[in-house]
Design a binder for this molecule. Structure first.
Ligand SMILES: *Cc1c(COP(=O)(O)O)cnc(C)c1O
Length: 385
């Protein structure tokens, strides 16, 4: 994949499955419909397969991943390639770029994405143009001559919202490949392929798996040539998903629409309550009517996500809250059924984030229990320290 493997190819139609709602597609897709077949494609634990119409080996493909790929493709509206992690999916996308290509990327992208881009730039492989992805004019100005634009929206952890359709359309006009990391929004709240994005990337480790019990990543595209290049990359680099992980991710995906709907509802409620709590100095959640990204999110997305960031006056106050919560789990990562909290500024690489900012990933506990825990921690922690 030395020349530009990320361009060209034909558009794959998304077919009849697109007529169904997401809840239905999540349940129906990726099943073997033949008589006598088990309802669920089982975890096929085989490194090799008896000769049939064509030779088959476990690194080239596996029925369990294929079921997951079909189901996730049905949700995003494209064709999916599953990888061992979100990071492996990102690496496969970036490796498809011709040497010396310039990547326009958000200053607030996922840490692993930023570190990988920096490593590739240090090695002289790629050039970088960092932008504030919520500043559409800045992004459009950076596009001419670039090879790829990486979009993450909502952003992490400040939950800014990018004008994805405009960026994607401008990229298309400039012949620039556009990639959207859709991990935070999930295909339930945002479907970038419908706007013309070349690829969508997910860390399925987060909402798609949804139970904090696996690592898995995917790339989704409507471009068959590109899909073939990504499969070839996965096969040659061996960045294949585990079979049990693929089984669990598909099981998680079946309930993604209902989980995410409930998580978004609870997130909105907690954001409203946090906003009026005297110890909280700011709340970042695009679902709040006075959030700077509210109108944009309301116009572009079909939900505001289930991550809420809020600020306390200092790192000390935020750390005290993290120690005081009993139900909410102090940890990194996000997207599980359990509510988790983290002071993002504890990571040295997290620049430009207020020291007292806490990122809350809202799970499926009862909202009153969550608010009880959070408000108790806010009231008792030495938050004015
Ligand atoms: C976690 C995450 C990744 C990386 O995925 P892994 O599955 O941890 O490799 C990429 N992007 C975003 C937005 C993430 O949250």
């Amino acid at each position: 994949m030395t020349s530009n493997a990320l361009s060209g190819g034909t558009d794959e139609g998304t077919g009849q499955r697109d007529r169904w709602h997401a809840e239905t597609r999540a349940v129906v897709a990726g099943r073997d419909g033949s008589p006598g077949a088990p309802l669920n494609v089982p975890p096929v634990l085989a490194s090799t397969f008896r000769d049939g119409s064509s030779p088959r080996y476990g690194r080239w493909g596996n029925p369990t991943w294929e079921a997951l790929e079909e189901a996730l493709g049905a949700l995003e509206g494209g064709s999916t390639v599953a990888f061992s992690s979100g990071q492996a999916a990102t690496a496969a996308v970036l490796d498809g770029l011709a040497p010396g290509s310039v990547v326009v990327h958000p200053t607030g992208a996922y840490t692993g994405t930023r570190e990988l881009l920096a490593t590739l730039a240090d090695a002289g492989r790629l050039g970088l143009r960092p932008v504030d992805v919520t500043d559409t004019d800045a992004v459009l100005e950076a596009l001419p001559g670039a090879g790829l634009v990486w979009i993450e929206s909502p952003t992490n952890p400040l939950l800014g919202v990018a004008e994805v359709p405009r960026i994607v359309a401008a990229a298309q006009a400039e012949g620039v490949v556009s990639v959207v990391d859709n991990t935070f929004a999930t295909p339930i709240a945002q479907r970038p392929l419908g706007w013309g994005a070349t690829m969508v990337v997910h860390s399925a480790t987060k909402y798609i798996g949804g139970h904090s019990d696996l690592l898995l990543g995917v790339v989704v595209t409507r471009d068959n040539t590109l899909r073939a290049a990504l499969v070839r990359h996965r096969t040659l680099h061996g960045s294949v998903p585990g079979t049990v992980e693929a089984f669990l991710a598909l099981r998680g995906l079946r309930t993604l629409p209902v989980r995410f709907a409930r998580q978004q509802q609870t997130a909105a409620l907690l954001a409203e309550r946090l906003r009026v709590h005297p110890a909280v100095t700011a709340v970042h959640y695009p679902g709040l009517a006075d959030d700077p990204y509210h109108r944009r999110a309301a116009a572009l997305m079909s939900g505001f996500g289930a991550i809420v960031s809020f600020e306390l006056p200092s790192a000390t106050a935020a750390d005290a809250l993290v120690r005081a919560v009993e139900l909410v789990i102090p940890t990194t990562s996000l997207g599980g059924v359990e509510t988790t909290v983290e002071r993002r500024g504890r990571w040295p690489g997290e620049t430009g984030v207020p020291a007292g900012l806490l990122r809350l990933s809202v799970g499926l506990e009862h909202p009153d229990d969550l608010w009880g825990d959070l408000s108790h921690a806010l009231d008792t922690a030495p938050s004015r320290a």
